[in-house]
Design a protein around this ligand. Sequence first.
Ligand code: SF4
Length: 394
Amino acid sequence: MPDRKGQIIFIEIKPNTGIKAALAKARAEVIAEIRNSDLRGRGGAGFPTGVKWNLAAAASSEKKYVVCNADEGEPGTFKDRVLLTEYADDLLEGMTIAGYAVGADTGIIYLRGEYEYLRKHIDEVIEKRRKDGWLGNNIGGKKGFTFNIEIRMGSGAYVCGEETALIESLEGQRGEPRNRPPFPVDTGFMDCPTTVNNVETLITASRICAKGAEWFKKYGVGRTTGSKLYSVSGDCERPGVYEFPIGAKIAEILKEVGGMNAQAVIMGGASGKAVPAKVFADTVAVVDAPTGGSVIVIGPQRDMLDVAENFLEFFVEESCGQCTPCREGNSLLLDVVHRLKNGTCSMEYLNEIESLAETMQLASKCGLGQSSPNVLLSIIEHFQDEIFGRIPVA
Ligand code: SF4
């Protein structure tokens, strides 16, 4: 295993410390510990994990599910792939703790289609945990606690990273987001209460059970606690997966990865925002510049409109087409980028498209259409010389 350094995920810890501590407590106490830690979902949406677990635990049903969202599809994000490869045992431990806390007996890993090659490895880890008594019946000697985990494959659709589209896909339907409410914690997979958490969140929860909420809260800024994994790619000397405590500034991350001459970073991948170099020293990753973990370094030689074009082509391809603002809007955003690049965009048209982008953020049904205009809008805001310089004088 590579020598990874970190404060929460990449610490050295004895296997199953978290689940042993969790099983020594009542279910409600485990949820209280997670709530007290202020852990927020690490997939991007940032919903408080303890609140989600509490809602699923409170839902009345004979059958409940824990789903691990391992459909890591955000361009520029590959931290979950590293965790699934090197920390699969810790992930299964976190899922089992979640199962205990919410009262579920079944866990499902929804694995990104492109990660099919990891399936055999994860299945082997599942089997080993079953043999060792950490899956199956009476887990860890806890009478009556049964939990099993299976893997289901995704098929490469970006929108299935959204939890209700993921559940539709799990049920064998076309992967399209559902209307909410009802929420999955109440009516999820097969209409049963379902808690959906991402890979990093579940491993972090197991660390919190092992070492306590107060330890976890020593890291972070205010109520944004703990650490974050970043998938760093693009124009830097040392791309890879890094763990930093929340509170790290963008400049610190760039120093570590050798990307100090960047003109911008895209925080949060294709659905994130462009952050210009002039604010690197003051911008706190996650807090000021939200990200599910993707940090794409943009060197000085790049054309920012190429960056926007690349991401918008992705969204035109990945929109599920269910709602009009997203289906039509992404094509029109891409069109304005083409016009800017070939010198045929007027100021009036650019203004019109900016207002369309804002409508998409408000009126699209799911996170894809709500966030797909972000990169273009932030480039227009922060790179005005580059954008307005391409508009022909009337
Ligand atoms: S916002 Fe886009 S991806 Fe989401 S439901 Fe509407 S068309 Fe589908």
